[in-house]
Design a protein around this ligand. Structure first.
Ligand SMILES: [Zn+2]
Length: 67
């Protein structure tokens, strides 16, 4: 359990967090894209639920419009 939480940036060599998706010094994206993957997954889930909500509203628009 002696893994350092810091690693060197692949581009500039600055020590950054192992879990950081980007280098805080030069902005170079790092190898471990776990956080980016989770972020994209979260955004896709959010977007799909939003689209589903819009489709639901469009499908029931007549009911809402007509008294
Ligand atoms: Zn860097």
């Amino acid at each position: 359990m002696d893994k350092p939480l810091l690693k060197s940036c692949q581009a500039c060599g600055t020590e950054i967090s192992r879990y950081s998706p980007f280098c805080r010094h030069c902005g170079h994206p790092q190898g471990s894209s776990l956080i980016i993957g989770l972020l994209i997954l979260f955004l896709v889930a959010l977007l799909s639920s939003y689209i589903a909500f819009m489709i639901y509203c469009a499908a029931h628009a007549e009911r809402f419009a007509a008294p």
